[in-house]
Design a protein around this ligand. Structure first.
Ligand code: NAD
Length: 329
């Protein structure tokens, strides 16, 4: 049987690389990644990828050529600018990549799909729960029908890309599905993101910055669990769908950071009774900081029988061990 060809954008970033790791040899993998600061070629075993196109997803002409060369069965769209702080200080690339880049990719996908009428073609758009805005304590978790209320340039650009995907699906019948996931953690995440940042600062004995009072709540999922969900959507060919994905792990930032410090106290003791939590320092809050995210993932649990396999504490320990092993003392 011939292999299914999967075109992965952003495959050398955090989630994309974990997804590629999960794909077995039933699939032939092609990657479009322009290798921004967030990418790392070492995130992926070179023998897993048939070809890497070092191309910006805003380059529609190059995308059209890639589609004719690869002839993909599925497109999984991870490529994005993904860091909220950078979107606040320099939003331009977020508009260019997340909105215009997604638009170019959709046009190239549609052009290819219309010309070739590939059976079971599917465009999976990987997006975030941040498009729904912020919740107060006690407010209901986001479900697939929650109104979009993005607050940061990052979440606004992702919301715009979600709407473009929806419009190509509704108007031009491009077979697509939209996934909105909560905060991921695990190996290969660029160190500006909260969990690797805290681990790196702690191991370097530097101050661990926490925005504001640290009471903001995030809903965490281990990256393998999210990738399993994407794989299920792909294998069951769930076209014209929208799923929220999360693992019911809401925790305040300060509690998460203290948890990481406690695990490090055990794994890499500072000695002389010192504690990593002494390095915690509260700093000026992020502008427009969303207070709480919370995902209701009942739909994908019920319809696809997906559930997270990892317990939060085990996944956190696994992740900390991963960064500890890579840390050069
Ligand atoms: P990441 O920043 O780690 O990786 C992004 C990848 O995209 C990098 O390899 C980068 O080189 C590539 N890329 C960026 N701009 C590009 C361009 N113009 N052309 C080609 N390649 C480009 O991001 P991530 O954390 O792996 O997130 C992947 C996707 O998942 C994003 O769409 C993000 O919005 C979404 N998401 C992330 C999270 C999370 O917690 N990390 C949660 C929900 C959804």
């Amino acid at each position: 049987m011939s292999k299914q060809k999967i075109l992965v954008t952003g495959g050398f970033g955090f989630i994309g690389s974990n997804f590629i790791k999960m794909l077995n040899n039933k699939y032939e993998i092609f990657v479009i990644d322009s290798l921004t600061y967030a990418a790392n070629l070492n995130n992926v075993d070179s023998d897993k990828v048939s070809k890497h196109f070092n191309v910006n997803i805003s380059n529609e002409k190059a995308l059209v050529d890639i589609f004719s060369e690869v002839h993909p069965d599925k497109v999984i769209h991870f490529a994005a600018e993904s860091h909220v702080d950078r979107s606040i200080s320099a939003p331009d690339t977020f508009i260019e990549t997340n909105i215009l880049g997604t638009y170019s990719l959709l046009k190239a996908s549609l052009n290819y799909y219309d010309e070739n009428k590939i059976r079971n073609f599917l465009f999976i758009h990987v997006s975030t729960d941040e498009v729904f805005g912020s919740l107060e304590l006690g407010e209901k978790s986001f479900n697939e029908n929650t109104q979009y209320k993005p607050n940061s340039p990052y979440s606004a650009s992702k919301a715009a890309s979600d709407h473009l995907v929806r419009s190509f699906n509704k108007t031009y019948k491009l077979p697509s599905t939209l996934l909105n996931c909560s905060n991921n953690f695990g190996p290969n995440q660029y160190e500006e993101k909260l969990i690797p940042l805290v681990i790196n600062k702690a191991l370097n004995r530097l101050k661990i910055p926490i925005y504001g009072n640290g009471e903001q709540i995030r809903d965490w999922i281990f990256v393998e669990d999210f990738c399993e969900a994407i794989l299920m959507v792909l294998e069951k060919n769930m076209i014209n769908e929208k799923f929220n994905i999360g693992a019911n792990n809401e925790i305040r930032n300060i509690d998460l950071v203290e948890k990481i410090c406690c695990i490090l106290d055990e794994m890499e003791p500072l000695g002389e009774g010192k504690k990593y939590s002494n390095l915690i320092q509260f700093v000026e809050d992020r502008k427009g900081h969303d207070f709480r995210y919370s995902i209701n993932s009942e739909k994908i649990r019920k319809n696809l029988d997906w559930k997270p396999n990892w317990n939060f504490n085990d996944a956190l320990k696994f992740t900390i061990k991963h960064y500890l092993d890579k840390f050069e003392k």
